[in-house]
Design a protein around this ligand. Structure first.
Ligand code: DLL
Length: 432
C-alpha cells in the first residue's frame, strides 16, 4: 500500500473527513463559481444546509453539457488564477471540455496515481513504460507523475511506433506497462511478429484502462504478455486516471474516498440505488481546487460495494465498468454492451480477440453485425469449419444476450488496431 494511513483509514474517520472536505468544497464553489451560485439559488439552499453526507442528495447532478455550455473556463473556481495545467477530454462528438489543475490538484493526482501503481505491485525498483498518449489526454501525464512520485523509473514513450516500444521495453528492462487494453493486445501481436518471446522481457504487470475491457480480455492479455494485468479507471472531468484502481485482490476497483464521494444512481430516474445495485456512477470531488465537480454523472455503468477487501484498504470498490450509458446498444429493444459480446467471443476462443460491432437500421429495425477476426490457422481452414464457427457464435449470442446478430468472420489483421482507445462500435444509424 502506498499510503497506509489514508488507504486503510477506519470507516467512521473517513466519513468525518469526507464531510469536512465536502463542506469546504461546497463553500468554495458557492463563493466562486456563478454556475453553482445559480444552482443553490434555484433550489433555495446554501452550503450550510448540507448537514450530513446524505444531504448531498439534495443537490442536483452536474453533467458533461454543463461543462460544455460553460466552455472553456466557466466552471473553474478562479478563472486561470493558480491553474498550472490544462487537459481536455477525448470527446469525439460536439464541443470538447477543458479541465484545469492547480499545483495542489496535480500533487493529489500524482498521489492517487502512486496508490494505483502500488496497487498493481509497482515500487521504487520498477521501470514504468507509459504508452498512454501524452498531450491533452490525461493518460500519459497522469501515469507519468504518479510513477515519479512512487520513485519508480519512468519511460515516457506515449502511443505509436509499436515495434520501437517493444524494443525499448526489452532493452530498458521495463517491469510495468501502462496503456489501453486494446493497445496492450496490439503490442502483444507486434511482439509475436517480431518473434520476441515475452519471457525475454522483464515485464511483470500492466496497468490498463481508459476503455471497457472484460475479465476474459484480462486473461487473454495476461497470457499473451506473461503479466499480471490490473484495471485503472478515471475520467478527465473528475481528474484523469486514478479515480479508481485495482489492488492485488482484484475484486473491484477502490475509489480513494478521502478525495471523492461515489454514488450509484438509476440512469433513468436519477434515484440513488442501494449498495450492490448496478447503475450509473456519480462522483463528487472533495479536494479539487481548480475545477471541483459536484455530483458529476460519469455515464459509466457499475455497482459498488463496501464489503471489506482482503488487501486491508477500507475504501469502497466499484466493479469493472461494463460500459457507458451512451455506448449501450439497444437492438430491437434488448440492451447490450460491447463488453458482453467481447466476453462471449473470448469464451468461444476460436477467433482472435479483435472484433467490431456494426449497428445499422433496416426499415424500422435495428441490425447488428459482429465482425471478428479469424486466426491464421482458421483462415486456411475449410469453409465448412468456418460456417460452423459462425453458427456457434450466432447461437451463443442469441442464447446469452437474447438478440439475433449477423456474424462475419474476417481475415486476420483486417480490423483496425488502436494505439489508444479502440473503436469497437460503428453505428451507421448515426451517420445518416
Ligand atoms: O480515459 C482517463 C484514463 C486514462 C483512465 C488512462 C484510465 C487510464 P477520458 O478520456 O476523459 O479519461 O475518458 C473517460 O473512459 O468515463 C469511461 O467511459 C472510460 N474509462 C476510463 N477508464 C476505464 C476503465 C480517461 N478502466 C471515460 N474501464 C470514462 C472502462 C473506462 N472504461
Amino acid at each position: 500500500m502506498w499510503n497506509q494511513k489514508c488507504e486503510a483509514m477506519p470507516c467512521e474517520k473517513l466519513a468525518r473527513l469526507q464531510f469536512l472536505r465536502l463542506k469546504q468544497t461546497l463553500e468554495a464553489v458557492y463563493q466562486m463559481v456563478p454556475y453553482y451560485q445559480k444552482i443553490f439559488r434555484e433550489i433555495g439552499a446554501e452550503p450550510g444546509d448540507i448537514r450530513s453526507l446524505s444531504d448531498l442528495a439534495k443537490l442536483p447532478f452536474t453533467v458533461k453539457d454543463n461543462l460544455r455550455d460553460n466552455y472553456p473556463y466557466g466552471l473553474f473556481t478562479d478563472a486561470l488564477n493558480g491553474v498550472v495545467r490544462l487537459h481536455s477530454s477525448s470527446g469525439t462528438t460536439g464541443q470538447p471540455t477543458v479541465v484545469g489543475y492547480t499545483r495542489s490538484d496535480l500533487e493529489i493526482w500524482a498521489e492517487l496515481m502512486a496508490r494505483a501503481l502500488a496497487g498493481a505491485g509497482a515500487d521504487r525498483s520498477s521501470v514504468v513504460h507509459v504508452a498512454y498518449g501524452y498531450g491533452l489526454f490525461t493518460g500519459g501525464l497522469g501515469v507519468h507523475y504518479g510513477a515519479e512520485k512512487l520513485g519508480a523509473t519512468v519511460v515516457p514513450f506515449s502511443g505509436g511506433q509499436t515495434r520501437r516500444q517493444v524494443r525499448m521495453m526489452k532493452d530498458l528492462g521495463s517491469t510495468l506497462l501502462a496503456c489501453t487494453p486494446s493497445y496492450a493486445l496490439n503490442i502483444a501481436e507486434t511482439m509475436e511478429e517480431m518473434k520476441i518471446d515475452p519471457g525475454e522481457l522483464q515485464l511483470r504487470s500492466g496497468l490498463f484502462g481508459a476503455e471497457p475491457w472484460s475479465d476474459k480480455m484480462r486473461r487473454v492479455i495476461e497470457e499473451k504478455l506473461h503479466i499480471d494485468a490490473f484495471d485503472i479507471y478515471g475520467l478527465s472531468e473528475v481528474m484523469g486516471p486514478g479515480v479508481a484502481y485495482e489492488c492485488a485482490a482484484k475484486c473491484g476497483l477502490h475509489i480513494p474516498e478521502d478525495h471523492f464521494i461515489a454514488e450509484i444512481i438509476d440512469p433513468e430516474s436519477g434515484a440513488i440505488l442501494p449498495e450492490g445495485s448496478t447503475g450509473e456512477l456519480v462522483i463528487t470531488s472533495i479536494t479539487k481546487e481548480a475545477l471541483p465537480v459536484i455530483r458529476y454523472r460519469t455515464r459509466d455503468i457499475t455497482s459498488l460495494t463496501r464489503e471489506p477487501c482482503p488487501c486491508g484498504r477500507t475504501h469502497l470498490r466499484i466493479n469493472k465498468i461494463s460500459g457507458r450509458t451512451d455506448d449501450m446498444l439497444i437492438i430491437r429493444g434488448v440492451n447490450i454492451f460491447p463488453s458482453q459480446v467481447e466476453s462471449i467471443l473470448l469464451d468461444i476462443g476460436e477467433t482472435e480477440p479483435h472484433y467490431q460491432l456494426i449497428v445499422d437500421r433496416e426499415g424500422a429495425l435495428d441490425t447488428l453485425e459482429i465482425r471478428v477476426e479469424l486466426t491464421d490457422q482458421m483462415f486456411s481452414d475449410k469453409v465448412k469449419g468456418l460456417e460452423g464457427l459462425e453458427k456457434l457464435i450466432r447461437e451463443e449470442i442469441a442464447n446469452l444476450l437474447g438478440i439475433s446478430a449477423a456474424v462475419k468472420l474476417v481475415e486476420p489483421k483486417t480490423i483496425p488496431r488502436s494505439d489508444g482507445k479502440a473503436q469497437r462500435v460503428i453505428d451507421r444509424r448515426k451517420m445518416r
